[in-house]
Design a protein around this ligand. Structure first.
Ligand SMILES: Cc1cc2nc3c(=O)[nH]c(=O)nc-3n(C[C@H](O)[C@H](O)[C@H](O)COP(=O)(O)O)c2cc1C
Length: 541
């Protein structure tokens, strides 16, 4: 816990002292944004998305074609930009600095319609393929007793990709990116009528053993430290099943002798990142959330209850609504690089964007009591006063937040707020300067329709669950960010994550003076300006 707090405090940006960074960008040492396993057998996936899919879907069968669709709409390349001789790729999931520290692995048992031999695979977005890393014996897969049509995913992080540019603060960005990737995968699964569920009992070492057949080792080396973060079960019947994670941690794989690629000529160590990633390592923790204050009915609400009884209506099927609203725009999502400083937003669109961040809309559902409530800097929303607002995703947080924040805040519900939306005005006035200054002076925070500071419960949940929960706070913020990206696109606006902000400036603004609550992520939504110098190229040329 002390190490987590120390890291968090050390990596706060202040107007007169930024967190320790590299000072300059060493372009000759830029890490490769693509992990690959030299000599691995590659299986090309179809470059197929959700286009043409309409109406209410029943769960789609787990075929090679649908697995291709899932990756193509969640973690694949989605574009390429070029300007003055430079060219770079962009992906369906966003990433701080477009550096993409998140990797995805797949464990599949094969089957009639899934044309894969049982094994562990690495998803390669560069050419949308799977690299075979290890075989799994048929009996070993069967011994897991997974419902048929289930595959397992493991997300990992390569910190060096972010620390190369951002130095000590990079761990935070990596964990926000992980949250975005989780939500990108969860939303894509939902459009296929599949459910994705976090398997939070397994520890970091369990996951490393499954992937690489050895406990987690964080030695520096040219291949870059890569740490497993989380396992996800993907159920193609659209239900959520309880699975025996103990059995999964014992899975026997037959690793092929392969080497991960060298990411850059040298890797610069960041002791802050080593310290925090070590402190945030997760141990195996059976039933961690059932002994917490998440009550049974909430677990059901977050669809983690075993609902494998076929007579019950299930929550996992993609609704017509989801298909219409989101499924067609994952590959079109982009970050705004500049906002026009003029456009206003209709109140209904504003409410729809806020609703998209509600926990019951989150995919995958989070098993813990939600921790993050957004504070809003409202600049240009029709029928709303300019000012500071708070949107409570968890209405139970109201009294505690009210007690913790500036006693002069109004806590008044704007008159046209629909029932079920816990929106409160805190202060009236032009908040553009406050939004811009607190977001490291970035104009995107003041020139949009509104900006967001995600305020998370901090010391208590980390104390309750353990230091590893620090990462989860960022995952929750990243998932809210992804919901904001997608709902902004769906309403004709554009969003952008903001990882650079002056933490304590926001805390002072809100009257928060201890570690009970912390600001973990900023975001902005508005009408984006396009840069005419940039040329759009197809993702896969
Ligand atoms: C966690 C996170 C933090 C970010 N922080 C900033 C930021 O401070 N300023 C900014 O202009 N863009 C920021 N971005 C936007 C990224 O630069 C953008 O996602 C990346 O360039 C890829 O572009 P795309 O989102 O269009 O795919 C952030 C994105 C994420 C996910």
């Amino acid at each position: 816990m002390e190490r987590i707090i120390a890291y968090h405090q050390q990596t706060k940006h202040q107007p007169n002292r930024m967190a320790r960074g590299p000072g300059r960008m060493d372009w000759s040492n830029q890490p490769d944004p693509f992990r690959s396993y030299e000599g691995s057998k590659r299986l090309a996936l179809d470059r197929l998305g959700f286009e043409g899919m309409t109406g209410k879907l029943r769960p789609s069968p787990l075929t090679s074609e649908n697995l291709s669709r899932f990756f193509f709409e969640s973690l694949a390349l989605s574009g390429r930009k070029a300007v003055a001789g430079a060219e770079w790729t962009l992906r369906v999931n966003p990433s701080s600095g477009n550096l993409h520290p998140t990797e995805c692995y797949l464990l599949a048992g094969g089957g009639e319609e899934l044309d894969l031999s049982p094994g562990v695979y690495h998803y390669q977005p560069k050419d949308h393929s799977l690299e075979l890393l290890a075989g799994i014996r048929e009996e070993s897969w069967q011994s897991l007793h997974l419902p048929s049509g289930t595959i397992l995913l493991i997300l990992t992080t390569i910190y060096w990709r972010e620390s190369w540019k951002y130095g000590a603060r990079a761990f935070r960005y990596c964990m926000l990116d992980l949250g975005h990737a989780l939500a990108a995968a969860g939303e894509a699964a939902c459009c296929l009528g599949w459910t994705l569920s976090l398997q939070e009992e397994l520890g970091t070492d369990d996951l490393a053993r499954i992937l690489w057949n050895e406990p987690d080792k964080m030695t520096d080396g040219p291949t870059g430290k890569e740490r497993p973060d989380v396992m996800l079960a993907l159920f193609s019947d659209g239900r959520v099943h309880r699975i025996d994670e103990c059995l999964i941690s014992g899975i026997e794989t037959e690793p092929l002798s392969l080497r991960p690629n060298i990411l850059s000529p040298s890797i610069v160590p960041w002791q802050e990142i080593d310290m925090v990633s070590e402190a945030a390592k997760k141990l195996t923790t059976p039933d961690i959330f059932s002994r917490s204050d998440v009550k049974a009915e909430e677990i059901a609400r977050f669809s983690l209850k075993d609902n494998s009884d076929p007579s019950k209506e299930t929550t996992g099927y993609a609704s017509e609504h989801a298909i219409r609203e989101y499924c067609h725009l994952f590959r079109r999502r982009r970050s705004a690089q500049a906002m026009d400083g003029r456009a206003t937003m209709p109140l209904d669109s504003f409410h729809a964007i806020l609703k998209a961040t509600m926990p019951e809309r989150a995919k995958p559902g989070l098993p813990w009591r939600l921790q993050v409530n957004p504070v809003l800097f409202v600049h240009r929303v029709e029928e709303m006063d300019r000012g500071l607002y708070i949107f409570l995703r968890d209405e139970r947080a109201k009294e505690d937040l009210r007690g913790a924040m500036d006693p002069d805040f109004f806590w008044e519900r704007p008159s046209r707020t629909p029932p079920g939306l816990e929106l409160y005005q805190l202060a009236q006035g032009d908040a553009r300067l406050a939004a811009k200054e607190s977001s490291c002076g970035q104009g995107i925070a003041s020139d949009g329709c509104f900006a967001v500071a995600m305020i998370s419960r901090f010391e208590d949940p980390i104390g309750e669950y353990g230091p590893w929960f620090y990462s989860r706070l960022y995952w929750e913020c990243g998932m809210i960010g992804q919901a904001l990206y997608l709902s902004s696109e769906a309403t004709g606006y554009r969003g952008c994550g903001i990882g650079c902000f002056f933490d304590d400036m926001v805390h002072r603004m809100l009257g928060l003076f201890d570690l009970g609550y912390q600001d973990l992520y900023h975001f902005t939504v508005g009408r984006a300006l396009t840069d005419p110098r940039l040329i759009d190229l197809p993702a896969y040329g």
